[in-house]
Design a protein around this ligand. Structure first.
Ligand code: ACM
Ligand code: ZN
Length: 713
């Protein structure tokens, strides 16, 4: 008797929990579908449960399987799949609507009480409709609960992508990423409705794709004997690093991506970034080597010899095998950061310049035109197979074929120029879409990265269609992409942290490109997405969910917001609000380009503050940023001067500061000068910079000086 009462109570609690816990789907997702009409009646919903059947039209079986897998991931049970027989069914129906939907990849979803109908212009459209259903599900409810189903409010949704090319790039060369990790990367892309995976497969620091005709590329070129420690200096570890993908593995990856409606664009970076290949075949370089697979970061001067026919045939062979593996309509042939110092000295390259009749003109050098010769030659090989080449925006320097698609990475200017010259363009400017940059100003709390500052807000603000272009020209901006370079990203978990949630902002630009942006609403939708990240154990950055408060102002002091003038102007790109940045009360934080620092190059920072009336003072303090890899060092000599009339100055303090070494940490440092109290109306701070030391790759050049917030008391 007692036992059965207990049992009854148990059942009551359990069933009570279940009926209360039928969660609701919500269509506020990332990217926000463009046209959503929800029936405003709580009693009107489609009930998804274990008995829900999915009917799929021929050719859409994989999309149906994905839907079932997603429901199982989120709610805990799969769905039953049936081939669609052509008559109305209760349940979820996946079908093509080729008549009414003219935009490729578009889809519509109609949700009534007995049916969810997903119609796509093509299989991709159906796939994105399935993604929308997936993202609408209440992720996170499964935790510790029995979920019997989910209610989808009755609604109609119609949605389409603004850009046909929606890309993410990954560099597995600086740090090798396992194949399984790359598959997860493709899963992340699918979740964000992205369809072009730019796979950067060759670099100075490692060659990653098996090439049958040149096996040493992976036997030797895929491994380096050590890696520079921290930012470039003279310290290296001795840990062998590397790995590569076999052609069989890559073909499998192509299939994996295609199931997710993602095309893989392979990149062989030519003719620069080739040192790993030269380490295998030194005769292909201008000097003949020897070369090592590079252990440091940066841009190697050792490039393919453009005057050597064997080097050109080598590159052509590589591209042919790459095209055998990747059916992509686009083949990326690099073209970025190719120093010309070797070509300038190389008899073969100079003979080639002579043979081709190339000469310097007011815009470009003969060597720039020699690079165009290489790129155009490779483009012909690619086009002979019915494909198109993509290149970084440097390939505009010279005479590149108009058929090449340009990736605008050094800002958007290259993209504008390319469109004006008749190219199609993918926008991927480092200013907004380099996801290897810091995403928080509190860099002391972040994993070390290459530098820069690119919070989610900044990604979300990006306008991919430059105003300088008219509507017709804007149509040649075919897409938007973000890049993840891995010099400072050695694990896949860290890749994920750099990618998300910045990918959320990116997909809103790619899929919707809204004219008006509502960041707060976007963050709310990101919260829902983050539940999926948790579910799939994706690592992601949480800054936008808990904006942290740290002190970023200084106590008011004699100098705060007083009139300030600079005797030497900062470099234009790091001048921001001008001199007032130095005494606006806000502390320098974050990366050098956070807007809170002024950057000086090759001359001292020299600022004069007018305290408005004579004041007694005995201290001056300011901050400087050190990021040695980015050529930013501490000040060398600091001087404080005072004046009663702003004309005649007398020195009250001076200090010499030794140059930071590779053993010292980078970061933000305060420099304080104490002097005998003095009364004066004007105070001047002069801070000289160091020259880059011998063990720095930029040896001989001045170091940058980044300064902020002068305090006087
Ligand atoms: C690039 O970031 N070098 C394309
Ligand atoms: Zn050469």
């Amino acid at each position: 008797m007692r036992k059965s009462i207990l049992l009854l109570i148990g059942v009551a609690i359990l069933s009570g929990a279940c009926t209360k816990q039928i969660p609701q789907a919500s269509y506020d997702i990332i990217p926000q579908p463009k046209d959503v009409q929800v029936v405003e009646d709580e009693a009107m919903f489609f009930s998804l449960n274990k008995n829900t059947k999915v009917y799929y039209q021929e050719g859409l079986q994989r999309e149906a399987q994905f839907l079932s897998e997603y429901v199982k991931d989120i709610l805990g049970f799969p769905l039953n799949l049936y081939e669609f027989q052509g008559f109305e069914q209760d349940g979820i129906v996946l079908e093509l609507e080729t008549q009414n939907f003219s935009i490729p990849e578009s889809y519509g979803i109609s949700i009534t009480q007995n049916q969810i109908q997903v119609e796509g212009a093509d299989a991709s459209g159906v796939f994105y409709g399935v993604q929308t259903l997936r993202k609408s599900l209440p992720a996170g409810v499964k935790k510790g609960l029995l979920v019997h189903g989910c209610h989808f409010p009755c609604a109609t949704i119609y949605d389409w992508p603004v850009f046909a090319y929606r890309g993410m790039h990954l560099d597995p060369c600086r740090h090798f990423m396992e194949l399984d990790s790359v598959k997860i990367y493709l899963d992340m892309m699918a979740l964000h409705n992205m369809n072009q995976f730019h796979f950067h497969l060759s670099e100075d620091q490692g060659w990653r794709i098996e090439i049958m005709k040149h096996p040493d590329l992976t036997m030797i070129g895929a491994y380096r004997s050590g890696t520079v420690i921290g930012h470039n200096g003279n310290l290296y570890d001795t840990i062998r690093h590397g790995g590569y993908y076999t052609q069989k593995e890559l073909k499998d990856l192509v299939h994996y991506a295609a199931e997710r409606h993602i095309n893989i664009i392979p990149e062989i970076d030519l003719p620069g970034h080739m040192q790993a290949a030269l380490a295998c075949y030194p005769q292909l370089g201008c000097t003949g080597g020897p070369y090592e697979v590079w252990r440091r970061w940066g841009v190697s001067e050792e490039v393919l010899c453009a005057g050597n026919e064997e080097a050109m045939l080598f590159a052509e062979d590589v591209l042919k095998e790459v095209m055998d593996v990747f059916p992509s309509p686009y083949i990326h042939i690099g073209g970025d950061e190719c120093p010309k110092v070797r070509w300038e000295e190389c008899p073969k390259c100079q003979a080639k310049i002579e043979e081709l009749g190339l000469t310097d003109d007011e815009k470009y050098s003969a060597e720039d035109y020699l690079q165009s010769y290489v790129m155009n030659r490779m483009a012909k090989v690619v086009e002979a197979r019915g494909r198109r080449v993509i290149g970084w925006d440097e390939i505009l320097e010279g005479d590149i074929s108009k058929t090449a698609v340009i990736m605008s990475w050094r800002g958007t200017e290259g993209g504008v120029e390319a469109v004006q010259k008749g190219h199609d363009v993918v926008m991927t400017p480092s200013s907004h879409l380099y996801f290897d940059y810091y995403q928080s100003e509190d860099i002391a709390s972040e994993p070390v990265c290459i530098g820069g500052y690119l919070p989610v807000e900044r990604v979300y603000e990006f306008q991919p269609l430059p105003e300088e272009l008219n509507e017709e020209q804007q149509r040649h901006i075919i897409g938007v992409q973000a890049n993840i370079w891995t010099e400072y990203i050695s694990s896949f978990s860290h890749v994920q942290y750099m990618a998300m949630p910045r990918m959320d902002a990116l997909t809103e630009l790619q899929w919707n490109n809204p004219e008006e942006r509502d960041f707060d609403a976007f963050v709310e939708r990101c919260r829902k997405m983050a539940k999926l990240y948790d579910l799939y154990h994706y690592n992601y950055a949480k800054h936008i969910f808990n904006p942290q408060a740290w002190s970023d102002t200084v106590a008011p002091n004699l100098a705060t917001r007083k009139s300030i003038t600079l005797r030497q102007q900062p470099a234009e790109q790091y001048s921001y609000g001008g001199a007032v940045v130095l005494n606006d009360g806000n502390l320098g934080r974050g990366a050098y380009n956070s807007g809170r620092w002024l950057g000086f190059y090759g001359y001292p920072m020299d600022a004069v503050v007018d305290l408005e009336q004579p004041a007694k003072m005995g201290h001056l303090r300011f901050h400087a940023l050190i990021n040695k890899g980015a050529w930013i060092y501490n000040p060398s000599r600091i001087k404080v001067l005072v004046s009663d009339d702003g004309v005649d100055f007398r020195e009250v303090a001076q200090k010499d500061i030794p140059i930071s070494t590779w053993e010292d940490r980078d970061g933000i440092f305060a420099y304080e000068m104490e002097f005998d109290p003095v009364t004066a109306r004007f105070v001047e701070l002069v801070a000289d910079g160091h020259a880059l030391p011998e063990d720095h790759s930029g040896y001989g050049n001045p170091a940058w000086l980044f300064v902020d917030e002068i305090e006087v008391w």
